[in-house]
Design a protein around this ligand. Structure first.
Ligand code: SAM
Length: 247
């Protein structure tokens, strides 16, 4: 998979894309992520990317010319499955959309900034507008980093223990269950007997029960119409304690 990110603030990506799983995925050749500095496509000597909005009002708007030139230069090299704009006005990002994106070969993510982006960019270039939630960020860079992180971990092979992924929250329609590690008792708080029993069927049943309880209590909306998806299709095999996540 290849992800091209277009941004006026490339340094904002330095941390999120160079640590942990995303770093390993890049080094292992599972994903190529290329950050494009929009300023390289600005025309004047000050490398101006924004201008005042027609009609007046506060805030600056990202100009269309540099964005068109950057996107078109990329599209001349290869075809893209989606040209994504991060925006509070987009469809709200969730694991379903994340799974869809992870199946693609080539993505462009365009990061908005300032008051917004010239509407002609959206009308002519953007194929998908995505919001990461009902709040307003300073720019689309953090939203793009969220999308990239969540998509990359779904690329087959990126996380060694694929079963660990499948039991994550939202993958099967429920929240994940609570976890404990050693010691079995800490400051008077004991690990549930089921998890210490060594009986894999009991462990499995406990995890399923806890997943359902947490989902019912915290996110009943996930269960609406699902008929308890996880209980029926749980990837938890019951043939042993789950291998440690390689994250
Ligand atoms: N005027 C815009 C509005 O109210 O919808 C907000 C602009 S915001 C200050 C600047 C940029 O941050 C946006 O163009 C978008 O790219 C990004 N952004 C802000 N909130 C976001 C969110 N919830 N999801 C995705 N991108 C967001």
């Amino acid at each position: 998979m290849r992800i091209d990110v277009i941004t006026a603030f490339p340094p904002l990506f330095e941390g999120p894309l160079s640590e942990s799983i995303v770093k390993r995925a890049r080094e292992g050749g599972y994903v190529e992520i290329v950050i494009h500095d929009l300023r390289a496509y600005a025309h004047d000597k000050h490398r101006t990317l924004d201008d005042t909005p027609y009609g007046g009002g506060a805030g600056m708007i990202l100009k269309p010319e540099p964005i068109f030139e950057c996107v078109e230069a990329l599209q001349a090299e290869r075809s893209y499955d989606e040209v994504i704009l991060t925006t509070p006005a987009g469809e709200v990002y969730d694991q379903r959309l994340c799974k869809q994106l992870s199946l693609h070969e080539n993505l462009i993510i365009l990061c908005g900034h300032y008051k917004g982006v010239d509407q002609r960019v959206i009308d002519a270039l953007v194929t998908r507008e995505i919001s990461i939630g009902d709040y307003v960020l300073t720019g689309g860079e953090l939203a793009a980093a969220v999308i990239i992180d969540s998509v990359v971990r779904l690329i087959p092979g990126v996380i060694g223990d694929g079963e660990s992924l499948l039991s994550d929250s939202f993958m099967e329609g429920e929240l994940d269950c609570p976890y404990y590690t050693r010691p079995p008792e800490f400051r008077g708080m004991r690990v549930p007997d089921e998890l210490l029993s060594g009986d894999h069927k009991r462990v499995e049943a406990w995890r399923r029960r806890e997943s359902s309880r947490m989902t019912r209590e915290r996110r009943p909306d996930l269960l609406e119409g699902s008929g308890g998806a996880r209980a029926k299709t749980s990837p938890r095999s019951g043939d042993g304690p789950r291998a440690k996540d390689k994250e």
